[in-house]
Write a protein that binds this ligand. Structure first.
Ligand code: AMP
Length: 393
């Protein structure tokens, strides 16, 4: 990693605020052996790759040409399995992580649904703003040149704009539970109009404490509807939601593997006489650490770590829940565009992030649960690339 003088716009960076000891280290929650795993070299992806092509589904010609323009040559396994059932109007449970193409698995057939009935209204519920933005960006790409409209209803963004857009009756409303509730209470959003609902990353929503909000939002929907639920894992609470709100669902699942095969996982022990932060700096100085996502447990810790790294000459940005939406987007963009090569994040802020080419995920603070660990390390080793995950213990 090269150091340079990139300076984030945030003016309040200052060394005095940094205190490495403030970092919380829950430690010992997860067996450290679970953080160690050799990557499997994959020369080509064979596994359960799709054998079909998008043209095998009866999709509008424009969607097919948009997929080609987007560079999608064939469906991913979750798309191959889910698209036919969604097209048939069935309720679907998709067990899949981010990175599997799950967004396309529901957006592609639902675009067809709208093309067949322009009056159809679809609501997508997501745990985080970033995931909502990614879904809307993906939708726009799939629907280039088609009369398909969407509105993003997320916290941290101007509600008046959202109200204005909702009045124009978009086909897709993509939102986080809190903002959706707010819009319902203001009598702007009427849930009765949605005959298709998607719960994306349902496990994350439950983890983030949204279960009551989701239950409330789902209870406002019309009985006659198509419901889709995507989740990396089906916990007891996710199962409760599925049992109460989905009818005779079809379950589609992509290889339920513990952790990504092509992520080399290891632990980091402190070097004798070196502090945790010094050990991290030594790692980051290595040339192979080209694009690094570092996880911290608290918003404050993340901010302090990014500040410290910046002072030490690394090109680092931070995302966490205390940052404004604009700042979060800016940090993600800088990392995507490789203006910075280190992004320090909390679990919540990094949820659903889809950034290609991350070479290393570093768990500076241990994750609270093994499930969080799986989500964190899933940000590297995308596609057929090899990734590395290092956990400080
Ligand atoms: P997702 O799991 O929906 O977050 O998608 C993960 C990544 O895979 C995104 O960057 C998508 O653009 C990409 N992707 C989704 N479907 C396909 C496909 N059929 N072919 C190639 N890339 C895809």
């Amino acid at each position: 990693m090269y150091k340079n003088s990139y300076r984030p716009s945030r003016p309040s960076y200052g060394q005095s605020r940094f205190n490495p000891r403030r970092f919380s280290q829950p430690g010992g929650l997860i067996d450290t052996q679970k953080y160690i795993k050799k990557a499997v070299e994959k020369l080509e992806v064979v596994s359960d790759e799709s054998t079909c092509v998008f043209a095998d589904f009866s999709l509008p010609a424009k969607v097919l040409s948009n997929l080609t323009a987007r560079g999608y040559t064939k469906p991913t396994p979750i798309q191959e399995k889910a698209i036919p059932s969604v097209l048939e109007g069935k309720d679907v449970i998709g067990i899949a992580n981010t990175g599997t193409g799950k967004t396309g698995a529901f957006l592609i057939p639902l675009i067809d649904k709208i093309m067949k009935n322009q009056a159809e209204r679809i609501i997508v519920m997501v745990p985080t703003r970033e995931l909502g933005q990614q879904i809307q960006a993906e939708l726009r790409q799939f629907a280039v040149g088609m009369p398909i409209f969407s509105t993003l209803c997320i916290g941290g963004a101007n509600i008046q704009n959202q109200i204005y857009q909702l009045r124009r009756q978009p086909h897709f409303v993509i939102g986080t539970p809190g903002r959706l509730k707010d819009l319902i209470e203001r009598k702007i959003l009427n849930m009765q109009q949605f005959h298709t609902v998607i719960l994306d990353e349902a496990d994350r929503m439950v983890d983030m404490g949204f279960i009551q909000d989701i239950t409330y939002l789902l209870s406002l929907l019309p009985q006659e509807r198509q419901s889709l639920c995507f989740s990396a894992t089906i916990s007891a609470q996710v199962n409760t939601i599925i049992q109460s709100f989905l009818k005779n669902p079809i379950t589609v699942s992509v290889r339920s593997q513990d952790t990504s095969e092509n992520v080399e996982q290891n632990i980091v022990r402190l070097e004798p006489g070196k502090s945790k932060i010094q050990t991290l700096e030594k790692l980051l100085e290595q040339e192979s650490f080209k694009k690094v996502l570092i996880f911290g447990r608290t918003k404050r810790g993340v901010e302090q770590l990014a500040t410290h790294l910046h002072i030490k000459g690394f090109r680092a940005a931070a995302i966490h829940g205390d940052k404004t939406q604009q700042k979060r987007e800016q940090a993600i963009r800088l990392f995507k565009d490789e203006v910075v090569d280190i992004l320090v994040a909390t679990d919540v802020a990094a949820r659903g992030l889809d950034i290609s080419g991350i070479t290393h995920v570093i768990n500076y603070d241990e994750p609270a649960t093994y499930d969080d660990y799986i989500h964190r390390i899933g940000r590297t080793g995308r596609g057929n690339q090899k990734g590395h995950a290092l956990t400080f213990v």
